[in-house]
Ligand binder design. Structure first.
Ligand code: 5GP
Length: 188
């Protein structure tokens, strides 16, 4: 069985990563598999434990961290919510020839690249910070405080876009999905 590929997708919260990736998995004819991260943040309406994330309490998360279960993990917003990529599912997906897709933040991406320097890195860009704010407000899931924090983090993340091998501007979902699928097919 051939070894798979590791794909890292980043982009600021609210840019549409989840929607783009869901459609990518449905339409792109590659053996793509989403990596399910663990997080200590509460689940949002519609999110399913074990599919969207593994929702862990803070103690569980730290125990797994100490046990070395994470390929990378980080307190993303500096306010108590941790996110991390579990090592074992990534290794087994790669061993079975899958193309595993990690939807993680820019610091997590740097960490993963230390272990997998050949990872395919893709940054989904909103076009501008103003456009991102419009989308986040439209989503309506955040308090003003959380929104302000996300925008602050986002402006730092946008500055990191040029560290990624590929940047895709998400103007329409279909176009973005198509662009990502094509650039991945070029790696076959
Ligand atoms: P959200 O709370 O909106 O689902 O995700 C917030 C941020 O956490 C996003 O930028 C997302 O890419 C990032 N994230 C999700 N899972 C992981 C992970 O396992 N590791 C890291 N480093 N970031 C993650």
């Amino acid at each position: 069985m051939s070894t798979g590929k590791l794909i890292i997708v980043s982009g600021p919260s609210g840019v549409g990563k989840t929607t783009v990736l869901r459609q990518l998995y449905e339409t792109c004819l590659l053996p793509l598999e989403p990596s399910v991260s663990a997080t200590t943040r509460p689940n949002r309406p519609g999110e399913v434990d074990g599919q969207s994330y593994y929702f862990l309490d803070a103690d569980d998360f730290q125990q797994r961290r100490q046990a070395g279960d994470f390929l990378e993990c980080i307190e993303v917003f500096g306010h108590g919510h941790w996110y991390g990529t579990l090592r074992a599912p990534v290794e087994s997906a790669l061993a079975t020839g899958k193309w595993i897709v990690l939807e993680i933040d820019v610091e997590g991406a740097d960490e993963v690249l230390k272990h997998y320097p050949d990872a395919i890195t893709i940054f989904i860009h909103p076009g501008s910070l103003e456009e991102l704010e419009r989308r986040l407000r439209g989503r309506g899931t955040e308090t003003e405080d959380a929104l302000a924090r996300r925008l602050e983090v986002a402006s730092r993340e946008l500055a990191a876009a040029d560290r990624y091998r590929q940047t895709v501007i998400n103007q329409t979902i279909d176009q973005t999905v198509n662009d990502i699928c094509q650039l991945l097919q070029a790696q076959e």
